[in-house]
Design a protein around this ligand. Structure first.
Ligand code: AMP
Ligand code: FE
Ligand code: FE
Ligand code: ZN
Length: 305
């Protein structure tokens, strides 16, 4: 089995990217992908470590995109996550992903606003402390939660989210994220494979609704669905798998491992019963992007003359 959804301390995980291939090998995984939020900064270290061990590995990213749940009555600040996999990763790839740097910079505007709200609630922590808990420049709520835990304001990371910084908690401030089209096209233009992450989190009530949501994404270049995921039930995975087949999308899967930030979630097996087939890894590695204009009959008339 493989794990194609893994975070390092370059975003909100706790393992160094260079340690993850070793952990995967110890667990007997046949492949692993690093998919940090909004950054590819750990990818070279991750791939070098994997290469040294002979561990099959793919470089990736997880990008937050705008989302409104069509089945929800309230206008909440939804997010859709798009995974990008780069089978032919090289040092020049990140250049096409520069909008991610803007997203990371925006976090340094948003985080102090969260701390201001916390102060109004009687919780005083410093932004220096928060940044010290982050290894790289994707600084966010998990690092704020870690400081709240260390300072004794809460007894667990979960309590920090429930009481203070969760999506519907009093100190929450939304972050700036990308339009869906930008997120997907950025991955495609960088030579990557774009995959819809954990479709369960879109909270739609039916598969036809999900199919409708996916139609424009496929037009932008979406190539796959994360069918296997730690929090998916077997029934949900079956439904996503059937939808992927119907739409001609490839299937992937992963645990969403975050190390000690989500201690109950294990690399490879998720909550204990996740099993992502090896083919998900090989399919990504062998994926060839469809040429932009495949069929001359589809060219606009002016191009034919
Ligand atoms: P941010 O990008 O700064 O908004 O932080 C988002 C991250 O916080 C997610 O990727 C999760 O790792 C974590 N997170 C969000 N909501 C919760 C929650 N309710 N409980 C625990 N972790 C959460
Ligand atoms: Fe995360
Ligand atoms: Fe995600
Ligand atoms: Zn993730």
């Amino acid at each position: 089995m493989v794990d194609l959804h893994v975070h390092s301390n370059c975003s909100d995980g706790t393992y160094d990217p260079g340690r993850l291939p070793q952990l995967a090998q110890t667990l007997g995984l046949a492949g692993i992908a690093l998919t940090d939020h909004d950054t590819t900064i750990g990818n070279d270290e991750f791939l070098a470590a994997a290469r040294a061990l002979g561990m099959p590995a793919v470089a990736g990213v997880e990008i937050s995109a705008e989302y409104t749940n069509p089945d929800s009555q309230r206008a909440d600040d939804g997010e859709m996550h798009i995974l990008g996999y780069f089978p032919r990763w090289d040092a020049t790839t990140p250049a096409s992903l520069t909008p991610l740097a803007t997203m990371r910079d925006n976090r340094h505007v948003r985080n102090p606003l969260i701390l201001e709200r916390l102060r109004a609630l009687g919780v005083a922590i410093s932004y220096d402390d928060v940044c010290r808990h982050a290894a790289c420049d994707v600084v966010g709520r998990p690092h704020i939660a870690a400081v709240l835990l260390h300072k004794g304001y809460v007894k667990s990371i979960q309590e920090a989210f429930d009481r203070y910084i969760g999506d519907h908690a009093p100190a929450y401030v939304p972050k700036r994220i990308l339009p869906q089209r930008t997120a997907i096209e950025m991955i495609v233009h960088a030579g990557g494979v774009a995959v819809l992450a954990h479709p369960r989190t879109l909270r739609v009530k039916s598969m036809p609704t999900l199919a409708t949501l996916l139609a424009p994404l496929c037009a932008y270049g979406l190539a796959g669905i994360e069918v296997y995921y730690a929090a998916h039930t077997a029934h949900e995975s079956e439904q996503y798998c059937a939808l992927a087949a119907r739409l001609g999308l490839l299937i992937t899967g992963g645990s969403d491992f975050h190390g000690a930030h989500k201690p109950e979630l294990k690399l490879g097996c998720g909550f204990g019963n996740l099993c992502v087939p090896d083919e998900c890894f090989t399919t990504i590695m062998h994926y060839q992007q469809r040429p932009q204009a495949l069929n001359p009959d589809e060219y606009p008339i002016s191009n034919k003359e």
